[in-house]
Write a protein that binds this ligand. Structure first.
Ligand code: N01
Length: 533
């Protein structure tokens, strides 16, 4: 097997698959490596109960093949994980992508050789490959973080992190189940598990503002309509801040009457998808006073839906404003707490002390449990990079270079790591995006840059320090215009299971249209800010 390529790719999720296809179509020799046994990335790993899109299905699929758009039919407005994984497999079959991936192959190190201007990858099983360009397609949420409760290993029942869910079905019927974590994943898991569980105990540290997803099957008429509307759907996504079909309302919450606000919010709350978050008044994400009003509305909805006022109070977020963290979308989440067989534990009142063989010991009691589900999130964005030993020019390690927060140019390159492109890397608009839309932009931009290099005989591309510092400053300026930095979340690089990680903003809050414009301007200017030789 030839182990030297023009392009090496790590990851066979939506980014890796598209990057591989583009490279191959353009005649680059390319090979990809994937830790899982098949394509799909986040959809391959996250098989937890209730996993499904928060993006409208038809706005999520790849846009680059008319044939694919014509052939594939989503069954629901917000498709469930098994269907999305099937979609990834369908794409891989249709474009014969698997033949250029090595599966079950976890890359352990990537080392830059200045003399040959090449990267060498070494996998945990000893597989090696060398290439001129390295494109990381690791996904922002690929490194799960189970909490380090003492006694975790002593547990005699089944325990799963949602992101490494087993490939076989798990039954909850008659079982005593614990779910730890109430982020977007926990909310989906809890709602699904509650349908069949014997008894469910939910351990919540920080409540979130959750909103109805409004999922339902796509009717045949809608299917026809979707097929003829794809150009319009993608055009809508292209001009919206997060590349969703929802974009903020031009009106300001503070400028309209209380009555108008209420009517608008009632409409948005019950509308399918992220409308209540991303299609809200333009100022709720930037103006603290407007945010207080929106937060009060969302709190009221929680209190209306949960029968026991004491339980409702636990579910009401108090330490952050609506939309400053990711809004979990739900399908009956709050009503779960009206079930007699569901208990909510507020970890601030009753912390977990340790896991014991028979269950979970809190400060007040030992709760017998058969299955523990850790919905405890990820070492976001940086985690999947930290896991691989990236050694750049002069022996510099990426983990060390990013220790105080990444410095990147467009979230696509880091000084000191030539020829390495980070699709959905830190400081990239893709972190805050209906992600395939931004993945396509990232991949296309990087691909164009490689074509540019090939035409000019360039074999080394490296973001310069001043350009990367400028971009990084801009990233912080943009987030400071919003309320996101006022609270802790994975956007802010905060995961309390990783106290050693420095709090630093990991996405780009200026919106995907602005990001795309900046990328295009840099390209039009001969890839300004990138040293090329
Ligand atoms: O992870 P999270 P997630 N003890 O970090 C709690 C995407 N997504 O997997 O908030 C007790 O948001 C933690 O508590 P706190 C989406 O972008 C997409 O839910 O730190 N609790 C929190 O409640 C999302 O934002 C979709 O106080 C502990 C939870 O675990 C991202 O994935 C679906 C704990 C972690 O929440 C991540 O979501 C699902 C501990 N030691 C997710 N450690 C779709 O659109 C952590 N927690 C399809």
């Amino acid at each position: 097997m030839n182990t030297t390529y023009d392009v090496l790719i790590i990851g066979a999720g939506l980014s890796g698959m598209y990057q591989l296809k583009r490279m191959r179509d353009l005649g680059f020799t390319v090979h990809g490596f994937e830790a899982g046994s098949d394509v799909g990335g986040v959809w391959y790993w996250n098989r937890y109960p209730g996993a499904r899109f928060d993006s409208e299905s038809y706005s999520y699929g790849y846009s680059w093949s008319k044939e694919l758009l014509e052939e594939w039919e989503w069954s629901e407005h917000f498709a469930a994980q098994p269907e999305t994984l099937r979609y990834c497999g369908y794409v891989a079959d249709k474009f014969d992508l698997r033949r250029d991936f090595t599966f079950n192959c976890r890359i352990a190190s990537a080392t830059w050789n200045e003399a040959t201007r090449q990267w060498t990858l070494i996998a945990e099983d000893g597989t090696t490959a060398t290439g001129t360009w390295l494109v990381t397609c690791l996904g922002p949420l690929s490194e799960p973080t189970p909490p380090s409760f003492p006694g975790r290993e002593s547990f005699k029942g089944d325990a799963f992190h949602t992101a490494t869910w087993p490939h076989h079905p798990v039954s909850f019927t008659g079982k005593r189940v614990a779910v730890i974590g109430t982020g977007a994943t926990g909310v989906q898991t809890i709602t699904e598990v509650a349908k069949t569980v014997g008894h469910l105990t939910v351990f919540q540290r920080t409540p979130n503002y959750c909103a109805p997803l409004g999922n339902r099957p796509i009717t045949p008429e809608e299917q026809q309509q979707i097929k003829v509307s794809y150009d319009q759907i993608f055009a809508t996504c292209a001009v919206s801040t997060g590349s969703f079909i929802h974009n903020s309302d031009p009106r300001l919450a503070l400028e309209v009457s209380a009555e108008e606000r209420e009517t608008f919010w009632e409409k948005k709350y019950y509308e399918p998808g992220f409308g209540i978050w991303l299609g809200n008044f333009a100022d709720i994400g930037t103006n603290a006073e407007a945010n207080v009003l929106a937060s009060a509305y969302m709190r009221r909805k929680i209190r209306e839906r949960v029968k026991d006022p004491k339980v409702a109070e636990k579910l009401v977020p108090k330490n952050h404003g609506f939309g400053t963290r990711r809004v979990p979308m739900e399908s009956g989440y709050y009503e779960v707490y009206n079930q007699a067989n569901v208990e909510l534990i507020d970890l601030h009142e009753e912390p977990i002390l340790r896991i014991v063989p028979q269950g979970i010991q809190t400060s007040r009691r030992t709760i017998p449990i058969d299955i523990i589900i850790y919905a405890t999130g990820f070492d976001a964005v940086r985690g999947s990079f930290d896991r691989i030993r990236f050694e750049g020019a002069g022996g510099q390690l990426l983990k060390e270079a990013w220790a105080d927060g990444p410095t990147t140019l467009l979230g696509l390159q880091t000084p000191g790591f030539p020829n390495m492109f980070t699709i959905v890397g830190p400081h990239n608009a893709a972190g805050f995006c209906n992600i395939p839309r931004c993945i396509e932009q990232n991949v296309d931009w990087v691909t164009e840059f490689m074509i540019h290099a090939r035409e000019r005989g360039t074999t080394r591309i490296e973001a310069t320090v001043p350009a990367a510092e400028d971009w990084t400053r801009h990233v912080y300026e943009m987030v400071d215009l919003t309320l996101i930095a006022t609270t802790d979340s994975w956007f802010m690089g905060v995961n309390q299971n990783l106290p050693e990680k420095k709090r630093t903003f990991l996405a780009y809050a200026g919106g995907s249209p602005r990001y795309r414009k900046k990328c295009d301007a840099i390209a039009a200017d001969g890839y300004r800010g990138f040293a090329q030789s």
